[in-house]
Design a protein. Structure first.
Length: 163
């Protein structure tokens, strides 16, 4: 189970970062879209500062706030720390993986250890943007990457690969 979860985490990280190439979201046109102004804490760093960063591409002001609160770091006012500090970047990725449902119904960690399968990790990270026909090519890319990692680790990938 540990190897299977490691493969799932690494596959999603690889996908999110373009094979560990990019620490920030590449589509800059999306940057202004990640400020939820209905949140009481707003977007003090600027409405275009909460774009995807880190190995799991943390995005949205509310995720930066929650991650920062959990890690004891003011990421709401300093979101660029996820981009400039590798330890913080990896901490936010592991925080999200282990504690956040995202648009799914369970954390990615729970999906793997409770047998829901790799497809549910995709749902927890990107939900309808990719799942349920949202972007089947992206889902396929994640699944193929996951299968490469499970093969490299010598572990069966399990069922429920797609979301």
């Amino acid at each position: 189970m540990q190897k299977r979860e490691a493969a799932a985490f690494l596959a999603n990280v690889s996908h999110e970062t373009g094979g560990l190439v990019h620490i920030v979201e590449q589509n800059t046109a999306n940057y202004p879209h990640y400020c939820d102004t209905t949140q009481p804490f707003g977007c003090p760093a600027g409405t275009d500062q909460y774009y995807g960063r880190g190995p799991v591409q943390l995005s949205w002001n509310y995720n930066y706030k929650a991650a920062g609160d959990a890690l004891g770091i003011d990421l709401l006012n300093n979101p660029s720390l996820v981009q400039t500090n590798s330890a913080i970047a990896w901490k936010t990725g592991l925080w999200y993986w282990n504690t956040q449902n995202g648009p799914g119904t369970m954390t990615a960690h729970a999906a793997m250890v409770n047998g829901a399968g790799f497809g549910e990790t995709i749902r927890s990270i990107n939900g309808r943007i990719e799942c349920d026909g949202g972007n089947p090519a992206q889902v396929q890319s994640r699944v193929e990457t996951y299968l490469r990692f499970t093969s490299a680790l010598g572990v069966d990938p399990g069922g429920n690969l797609y979301c």
